[in-house]
Design a protein around this ligand. Structure first.
Ligand SMILES: CC(C)c1onc(-c2c(Cl)cccc2Cl)c1COc1ccc(-c2ccc3c(C(=O)O)csc3c2)cc1
Length: 229
């Protein structure tokens, strides 16, 4: 059964997840500006930069995160940013929320100068997330579990991060049993998405390189978090 502490944990994470969103004045540009590969890339860069700032604020609200070693906190954020952004953009693209951004975001990503070899796996992932019909709690917890992945580069206190991640995995497992009683494999399917995220993360490194070779500029925050330039 889900304990009282675990209920409090779910509430804290869901509140933080919903409280921290990209400001409307940033996302609504996706609806207004004209379509060209350059414009699409610029808009996506702006949205990604804003999303990283939102992600940092969300992460600071994960119970236990701020008691981790400071350098480990940075290592976890750098290591998980791309995966967390895949999850967040998946929520928009999998028609989860009547956000009105689905079509324009898909169009701008498809036409942002990235090569076809990344588009296919990326939209396969978006489709597979859409088919899961995740609840808000599951979205927030899966993002938290991705952030608390102990084997990111340069993480020193592996055990401390693992303990935190296990706490979240335990809650998610119980939540899946409760919210998807007719799908005993649902929790396993969610974890399978995390494996898919790792693959996309590797693709993403190559995406950045190909954008770089075509002289695309990123913001200082993205350069820092993705070790670009
Ligand atoms: C630098 C840039 C070119 C880039 O490089 N790799 C990726 C990138 C791509 Cl192309 C796909 C997946 C992950 C990454 Cl990092 C990106 C763009 O990253 C994005 C990050 C976040 C959103 C995103 C989030 C929330 C929302 C919401 C909402 O919450 O209401 C409404 S609209 C929207 C849009 C889109 C794109």
């Amino acid at each position: 059964e889900i304990t009282k502490e675990q209920r409090a944990l779910i509430k804290a994470i869901l509140d933080a997840y919903n409280r921290h969103q990209i400001p409307q004045d940033v996302t609504k540009k996706l609806l207004q500006e004209q379509y060209s590969a350059e414009e699409n890339f610029l808009l996506l860069t702006e949205v990604a930069t804003s999303q990283v700032q939102v992600l940092v604020e969300f992460t600071k609200n994960i119970p236990g995160f701020l008691s981790l070693d400071r350098e480990d906190q940075i290592a976890l954020l750098k290591g998980s940013a791309v995966e967390a952004m895949f999850l967040r953009s998946a929520q928009v693209l999998s028609k989860k929320m009547p956000s009105g951004y689905t079509e324009v975001l898909e169009e701008r990503i498809r036409k942002s100068g990235m090569s076809e070899e990344f588009i296919t796996p990326m939209f396969n992932f978006y489709k597979s997330i859409g088919e899961l019909h995740m609840t808000q709690e599951e979205q927030a917890l899966l993002t938290t579990i991705t952030i608390l992945t102990p084997d990111r580069p340069y993480v020193k206190s592996h055990e401390a991060v693992e303990r935190l991640q296990e706490t979240m995995l335990d809650v998610l497992r119980k939540l899946c049993v409760l919210q998807h009683p007719q799908e005993p494999q649902y929790f396993a399917r969610l974890l399978g998405r995390l494996t898919e995220l790792r693959t996309l993360h590797h693709y993403h490194v190559e995406m950045l390189t190909s954008w770089k070779t075509n002289d695309h500029k990123f913001t200082p925050l993205l350069c820092e978090i993705w070790d670009v330039q």
